[in-house]
Design a protein around this ligand. Sequence first.
Ligand code: ZN
Ligand code: ZN
Length: 163
Amino acid sequence: MSTPRCGVPDVHNHGMLHSISNYTFFGGSPRWSKYDLAYNFLPDSLQVVSFQVLRPVVARAIGFYRGDHGDGIPLDGPQNILAHAFSPPDGRFHYDADESWSSNPTRSQVDLESVTVHELGHNLGLDHSQYQSAIMYPLIPLGPIKRNLGQVDIIGLQALYGY
Ligand SMILES: [Zn+2]
Ligand SMILES: [Zn+2]
């Protein structure tokens, strides 16, 4: 059985521009303008503690879906693909409703918050990182909790948005 993962395909292993960095962006480095997004940093740190997408169309686009759900990228039932999300200015975020989600996962469950932080990274404009410590690493094993941004993720967000 393969390790469960995010449904966003890995495309940066083919010599793309940003492959020299630990973080990657989507083609064209799409991001939200400051009018689309509000975000906050933890005092005395560079860690993003919260953000809010201000466009109503995006707020409606997060939810649990099953199988073929209309965006051309079907979800696949239990395990393997857990969720997928779209970069700016799309911002849709779809959990696979067939997973065993939990906020306190056993070894056979998926940590809801870990996957949420990863997919929100895509919503903000980060693509996958090849570094296992990064929240944007595409493989998300069942059981373990990985909710904190890695240094690589923070540097990537700073590069995209400034601070
Ligand atoms: Zn992903
Ligand atoms: Zn979808």
